[in-house]
Design a protein around this ligand. Structure first.
Ligand SMILES: Nc1ncnc2c1ncn2[C@@H]1O[C@H](COP(=O)(O)OP(=O)(O)OP(=O)(O)O)[C@@H](O)[C@H]1O
Length: 591
């Protein structure tokens, strides 16, 4: 019960529910013992002596016991459900909250399907076990204990005889558990791989269709479906063998009991009523043995589920506030960013960036250019404290960003990435994502600056149009413009555009950039782009290669020097340069 003890914090405040649920179940179990006693009285004191006057009293007693037992069972269910739901509710919240604060490093390797399974299937297994399974296991002991005590009060020899059968039944139950447990685990894995196939198929439906790979997807799914079906058949095969075997064994016990007990009745050492009472009592022993396999299986499953949920809850957060972290004062911050000899490596890999130095005072626009994988996004991620630098330091208004509260730092930054994420909500809701008290005028102003207003107004329901999951139904450029409007509405001190205008045409890009200049006056902007046209107005352009800054300067300075920037410029502006050269003018200076 180790994991369940470690989960104690999440249900212990409602321990009263747990005790109430166990208590009422125990009372219901104890009341069940009254039936055999009533049967004994009915046979020995009513039917055999033919004293039928006692029948109404006995009938009333039966009705009373049945009603009381039903009430106790209801109360057991009521409190068990409350306890289980309280635990599941708290764990769900705790896990979700934890997932919000886990660092980027965790999400580098996390699997969506697996996380979903932990928050649903595993939590459900824990809920059922804490709510009911735990009380049921205790009840097994109570049933055997109460039953044996009651049997002893009737006849001790026959009781010993009955108890001898317990090891046989227990052996079969445990053997069953040892086989059904891996079968269940296998089934869970098969189900998880099945749901992953569905999830990936829906997410990547465009790629599937573009490559006409529907048959491949159908085949992949049906292979996984076959595996799931086979697992289910195997598990149900085990179940269907288990019950008949247990019933056969239990019946053999009953037959032996009738033989031995019947002989005792004939010899006069046992009354018929006592034998009948005894006979119905043996289910108090056999029943728990039948259920033992099932409950042990339930228990081991909930232990495994608890472990998986605890893995999330105990996951260390590597980027977190240090003790006494600085709280930023919105009024006083300016947004001056400096990188001092910053180097960083993801995990144990080679360094992604080496000795980066840059100074971005408020109002400055820094452009980052370089081939793929040269470390541009990494620089931005480090500034947002998605990861902490390995060497050197990044300063924000002179303070090391590791000394500032993470939330405060990030609330000063607005980033737009190449891959835009839109929530399945209205356009308005997506622009004002997570912000309260935002006026419609502000939303429209941001959308206009991002050159999104016109196409939004062309949609039937304008700003109230619901965009599909991940922004389905909008073009790449439209999604990017909504994301830019979202960033501008945040009114950040630092704006980051990580290839954020790659999907819009050059003309729109220029209009959007003009909008930035208006909004970002006195604030700092970082622009990552592959197109020189996106960067040429930057105050300083840093050219990266293999994680190092290999060139820096303004556009006009860089096009005059031989080097990677010039090379890119020649490729992107080949026509223009040729025209200029024909006209005898100096190519780059004009741009
Ligand atoms: N989360 C990560 N885990 C491990 N390595 C990473 C991770 N992200 C990036 N890298 C590696 O770090 C290096 C720099 O990547 P980065 O994303 O910064 O490049 P980039 O210049 O932004 O490229 P692109 O223009 O293609 O977006 C690459 O070698 C990349 O493989």
């Amino acid at each position: 019960m180790n994991v369940l003890r470690r989960l104690q914090d999440y249900y212990w405040e409602k321990k009263a529910y747990m005790f109430a649920s166990i208590l009422f179940l125990a009372i219901a179990t104890a009341l069940g013992l009254v039936y055999p006693k009533l049967l004994q009285v009915l046979i020995d004191d009513v039917i055999l002596p033919r004293d039928f006057e006692a029948v109404p009293k006995l009938a009333l007693a039966v009705v009373g016991v049945v009603t009381l037992k039903a009430c106790m069972q209801f109360l057991h269910g009521f409190f068990g459900a409350r306890l289980g739901n309280h635990l599941a509710y708290r764990l769900r919240n705790a896990c979700y909250e934890k997932l919000q604060f886990l660092s980027f490093r965790y999400y580098d390797t996390a699997k969506t399907g697996d996380l979903m399974a932990r928050l649903t299937g595993d939590l459900e297994a824990i809920r059922l076990f804490i709510g009911f399974g735990f009380a049921q296991i205790l009840n097994l002991f109570l049933m055997v204990g109460f039953g044996a005590a009651m049997m002893l009060s009737i006849n001790w020899q026959l009781t010993l005889f009955t108890l001898v059968t317990i090891p046989v039944l227990l052996y079969v139950a445990l053997r069953f558990e040892s086989r059904i447990h891996p079968a269940f685990q296998e089934m869970r894995l098969a189900l998880s791989s099945l749901t992953t196939a569905v999830q990936e198929n829906v997410t990547g439906v465009r790629t599937v269709k573009a490559f006409a790979r529907e048959p491949h997807e159908v085949n992949k799914f049906s292979l996984r479906n076959d595996r799931y079906r086979d697992n289910q058949l195997h598990a149900s095969g085990l179940w269907s063998r288990y019950f008949p075997v247990m019933e056969l064994l239990a019946s053999a016990c009953a037959v032996l009991l009738i033989g031995v007990g019947g002989t005792m009745v004939i010899r006069g050492s046992l009354t018929i009523g006592e034998l009948v009472a005894f006979f119905s009592l043996i289910w108090y022993i056999i029943g728990p043995m039948w259920g033992a396999g099932f409950h042990i299986n339930n228990y081991t499953q909930s232990e495994a589920s608890g472990e998986r949920v605890l893995q999330i809850l105990n996951q260390p957060i590597d980027v977190r506030d240090k003790e006494g972290a600085i709280k930023l004062d919105d009024e006083r911050i300016r947004g001056h960013v400096t990188f001092e000899n910053v180097s960083f490596a993801y995990g144990n890999q080679l360094r992604a960036v080496h000795e980066i130095n840059l100074d971005a005072p408020p109002g400055k626009v820094i452009g980052l250019l370089g081939g793929t994988g040269t470390g541009k996004s990494t620089i931005i991620q480090l500034l947002m404290r998605a990861y902490d630098v390995t060497e050197g330091s990044i300063k924000f208004d002179g303070m090391d960003i590791r000394d500032i509260r993470v939330m405060d730092l990030r609330s000063q930054i607005a980033a737009v990435f190449q891959e835009t994420f839109l929530f399945s909500s209205t356009v308005k809701g997506n622009i004002a994502y997570g912000m309260n008290n935002v006026s419609m005028d502000d939303i429209i102003r941001a959308a206009k600056l991002a050159k999104a207003h016109d196409f939004i107004m062309e949609m039937k329901q304008g700003y109230d149009t619901i965009v599909g999951e991940r922004g389905m139904g909008l073009s790449g450029g439209q999604k990017q413009r909504i994301a830019i409007a979202r960033a501008l509405l945040k009114n950040p001190k630092i704006l980051i555009l990580d290839d954020a205008t790659s999907a819009v045409d050059m003309e729109t890009e220029q209009e959007i950039q003009a909008g930035f200049q208006e909004v970002m006056k006195g604030r700092t902007t970082f622009i990552i782009a592959h197109r020189i046209s996106s960067l040429r107005h930057a105050d300083e352009i840093l050219v990266l290669d293999e994680g190092r800054i290999v060139q820096r300067g303004t556009h006009n300075e860089l096009i005059r020097k031989p080097g990677p920037y010039h090379d890119v410029y020649r490729i992107q502006y080949a026509d223009h340069i040729a025209r200029m050269e024909n006209e005898g003018s100096e190519g780059g200076a004009v741009l």
